[in-house]
Design a protein. Structure first.
Ligand SMILES: C[S@@+](CC[C@H](N)C(=O)[O-])C[C@H]1O[C@@H](n2cnc3c(N)ncnc32)[C@H](O)[C@@H]1O
Length: 198
């Protein structure tokens, strides 16, 4: 399978997750702070394949995605264009915006010009020995972007911005990013969301 097969919002695991992922009760939604009718505006500063952003948009959030890899940003942009032609999901895609930028430099400025409620970070996990546990699409993505060795600087940039809530996705057993203790955590089977409230 090629990487762009994984960036298809209209079918496969993403379509399944949109329909059966647990709606606002799923851990990602709770971490972002989706309550009742509230639809926070989110910056997904590590857009990658746009999967988490798509789920948040399907739950009603407006999501501004930032991606620094030119290859990944191009793949994502192409998938968004294709998905606009699908009448089922076109309204979801309308809530997604993509900018090809390095978020560490861009976040501060973005939060001054846009009203952002939440910054979401999902930097590439540190390489693990048990690679069978790492999903195929993440292994392919890693071959393109490598390790996000500067993830700690990205967290600090997010915490220095005007945004009041920062969420970091981590493997359940990982230490806090940059040893920065969160306000609280939301856990799912293999994943932990560290939530920083300012
Ligand atoms: C683990 S992937 C994110 C997966 C994404 N959450 C999804 O659901 O598809 C991490 C992505 O963040 C990007 N990234 C890491 N640091 C970044 C930064 N400072 N600015 C913009 N993109 C960044 C990487 O290039 C990579 O594509």
């Amino acid at each position: 399978m090629k990487l762009n097969d994984y960036v298809d919002f209209t079918k496969g695991s993403l379509d399944y997750r949109r329909r059966n992922g647990g709606g606002r009760k799923q851990a990602l939604a709770k971490a972002i702070g989706l309550k009742k009718a509230a639809n926070p505006t989110v910056v997904d500063a590590t857009a990658g394949l746009g999967r988490d952003a798509f789920i948040l948009a399907s739950l009603g959030c407006k999501v501004h995605m930032l991606e620094r890899s030119p290859v990944v940003a191009a793949l994502l942009s192409e998938s968004l264009e294709r998905a606009k032609n699908n009448t089922d999901i076109a309204p979801i895609i309308e809530r997604l915006k993509l900018t090809h930028e390095d978020a560490t430099n861009y976040l501060y400025k973005l939060c001054l010009i846009e009203n952002i409620d939440v910054i979401y970070l999902d930097p590439m996990y540190p390489h693990r020995q048990k690679s069978a546990l790492v999903k195929q699409e993440m292994r392919l993505l890693r071959t393109i972007v490598g390790e996000d060795v500067d993830a700690a600087a990205l967290l600090e940039a997010a915490l220095e911005s005007r945004c009041k809530r920062v969420v970091v996705k981590r493997p359940k057993v990982a230490t806090n990013l940059n040893d920065h203790k969160p306000s609280f955590c939301i856990e799912s089977k293999n994943t932990r969301y560290d939530v920083y409230l300012k």
